[in-house]
Design a protein around this ligand. Structure first.
Ligand code: ZN
Length: 628
């Protein structure tokens, strides 16, 4: 607690002006107080983050001079006439004098990057930031006022938990605050919590962990039971870093760990994203102008946009017209490609490509499988960088872990905010960010669902990019309910109350792929596949011979044109001659155009109609004969 500072002989602890030396908890070196304050109470030697009081925190984070404390003061009482070694009232008085606060939370409103937000900042120096009646009431009022006024709530947590001195009344503040946060969430108003050192007990186990976006400050200890209690119970030393912010990130409990100096900037990005600055239509022209310097644009001139499915013709026609309106003659939509015909790449100026190019109808499906798996094929993270802007990754399933085989977060496409989720196989060959070849564990799939629910809350469309050999087959994955995780995604996605657009960009491997591919519109890149099982797996089971994979690939009808023909996908996105890896930038440019066109159409549609059509689409899949 207060072990962070050491008094030198003859110096008064509170008198910073006369020069107080602090001993850093991290490196044990002495720091001159003024240096420490100037460095936002972060040790200049070892980057250890020392605790910050509420008033100082407000100064550090919110726009200068914008904080207005709530005029009403809430003062604590002593409902149980609690006495331990000292009376509760005496402790309250002492805490008040030390912190300069009425209670363990400072409440008001302020601006963050110019945006008005409700603010509640806890102060650990006031009775360990414990939550009694006043903290519970203050947090609840902040949440309800944020909901009522429609402005985001930002809470900085720092607490040991419920306040013993108010007994069961304290414990019940957990329910009270959780209920208020529930109402806030129903209202669709954003709530961001920042977990600072330490956030434990009844505060962690109520409002702190219920936020839409949860940041942990570097160095924060976060958990339910405190480390000493755990050690006494299990009778062993806890491992280094247990309950650290990084531990929580790895265990899927927080979206990000942020350095103190980066907190303000990160919060501004989040709040800006989640508040009113939301264009409702895609301004692709601006995007096009911005990127016009890049050579990628030429790709749109060499390809035609192919579509099928008579029932979709009207919608796709609209998208095609939109393409033409935005891109002019450069964006060709050939009428003959609308009737279920395969896309035929036309030769480019060098004479490459043409009807023989990979992906045309005469390409052997096994070659497409190999193309989808090509080690140089551009992957999700490449497209994130090429096509989208302002990507803000959100991590963790809030339950068990953060699976980097699925990456997701807020992003913008030509200015339109959306939720972007995809399988992570790195961006380009040899990219160290690739995880398990993009094979998700249950926690990855549950993270994707968490993000889709967040998107639904904020009316953000969801864009997914599918590229996985399948869900990860492993002991832990089974133990943690891989099958249920996939099943829940399917059930929730089919009725998700926001537009969903899915693009298969590489391998669409069975359930692991489908858990990101239940959508209003499903696009497939020309050399991608979508299959119930890998051709090798199918050959091993049905032919009892893995080497028959080529035959199996043909039999399974897993290529984009084949799936277009049976109506399970809505459009094939053409690739450069020889495949996307031959010209990744051109592939990205074409993909961008298709995603933008379809997203524009989905955003213009009535959401109830979309959900009904989506349910109907998946309910009607099946081929059979009915005999009475
Ligand atoms: Zn240090």
């Amino acid at each position: 607690m207060a072990r962070t500072h050491v008094r030198l002989p003859g110096r008064k602890n509170t008198d910073v002006a006369r020069g107080l030396w602090f001993k850093c908890n991290g490196c044990e070196r002495l720091i001159f107080s003024r240096d420490l304050e100037e460095n936002a109470r972060v040790c200049p030697h070892c980057d250890h983050h020392l605790m910050v009081g509420a008033r100082r925190r407000v100064e550090m984070v919110f726009d200068r001079g914008s904080f207005v404390p709530t005029p009403t003061r809430l003062l604590p009482l002593d409902p149980l006439s609690f006495e331990d070694s000292r009376g509760y009232r005496e402790r309250l008085e002492e805490s008040g004098a030390r912190s300069g606060l009425d209670e363990a939370v400072l409440r008001g409103h302020a601006r963050l990057g110019g945006i008005q937000v409700m603010v509640a900042v806890m102060d650990f120096t006031f009775m360990g930031g414990s939550m009694g009646s006043v903290v519970g009431e203050a947090i609840s009022r902040s949440a309800l006022e944020a909901a009522g006024r429609g402005i985001p709530l930002v809470i900085f947590c720092a607490s040991g938990g419920a306040r013993m001195q108010e007994g069961m009344i304290s414990l019940m503040q957990m329910v009270k605050t959780a209920a208020a946060v529930g109402e806030l969430q129903e209202s669709g108003v954003p709530f961001v919590s920042v977990l600072t050192h330490p956030t434990t007990g009844g505060v962690a186990a109520s409002f702190a962990m219920l936020a839409d976006v949860i940041l942990a400050e570097k160095g924060a200890l976060v958990g339910f039971a405190g480390p000493r209690v755990i050690e006494q119970t299990v009778r062993q030393r806890l491992p280094e870093g247990f309950q650290s912010a990084e531990f929580c990130l790895e265990r899927g409990m927080v979206d990000a760990v942020v350095q103190r100096r980066d907190l303000r900037g990160r919060l501004i990005r989040i709040v800006r994203f989640l508040t009113g600055l939301v264009p409702r239509s895609i301004d692709t022209v601006k995007h096009r102008e911005r990127r016009s310097a890049a050579p990628a644009r030429r790709a749109t001139e060499t390809y035609s946009c192919s579509t099928s499915e008579e029932r979709n013709v009207a919608g796709v026609d609209a998208a095609a017209l939109e393409c033409q309106r935005i891109y002019g003659a450069g964006y060709l939509v050939k009428a003959e490609h609308r009737a279920g015909r395969v896309p035929v790449p036309r030769p480019d100026r060098q004479g490459r490509g043409g009807p023989e190019a990979v992906g045309a109808s005469n390409t052997d499906p096994w070659d497409v499988v190999r193309m989808a798996r090509h080690r140089a094929r551009p992957r999700f993270l490449f497209y994130v960088e090429e096509i989208f802007d302002d990507f803000l990754e959100l991590r963790g399933d809030r339950l068990y872990g953060d699976d980097s085989a699925i990456v997701g977060g807020f992003a913008r496409l030509d200015g339109v905010p959306l939720m972007l989720i995809g399988h992570n196989r790195g961006g380009t060959p040899g990219d160290g960010r690739a995880t398990n070849s993009g094979m998700p564990h249950p926690e990855g799939i549950r993270k994707s669902l968490r993000l889709m629910k967040l998107a639904e809350k904020f009316n953000l469309p969801v864009v997914t990019m599918v590229d996985t050999p399948g869900a990860y087959p492993g002991v832990g994955a089974e133990e943690r309910g891989q099958a249920l995780a996939i099943a829940e995604n399917l059930r929730e996605m089919v009725s998700l109350g926001t537009p969903v657009l899915s693009v298969v960009i590489g391998e669409g491997g069975s359930g692991g792929a489908l858990s990101l591919a239940v959508a209003d519109t499903v696009l497939m890149m020309e050399n991608s596949t979508f299959s119930v099982i890998s051709p090798e797996g199918c050959a091993a089971i049905l032919w009892r011979d893995q080497s028959k994979a080529r035959q199996a690939a043909r039999a399974l009808k897993l290529t984009a044109p084949e799936l277009l023909e049976i109506g399970l996908v809505d459009e094939v996105v053409p690739e450069p001659p020889g495949g996307a890896h031959q010209d990744p930038a051109a592939a990205a440019a074409v993909l961008h155009d298709h995603v933008a066109a379809h997203l524009g159409r989905l955003l213009g549609a009535d959401i109830d109609g979309l959900v009904e059509a989506r349910l109907d689409k998946y309910s009607r899949v099946g081929v059979f004969e009915e005999v009475v």
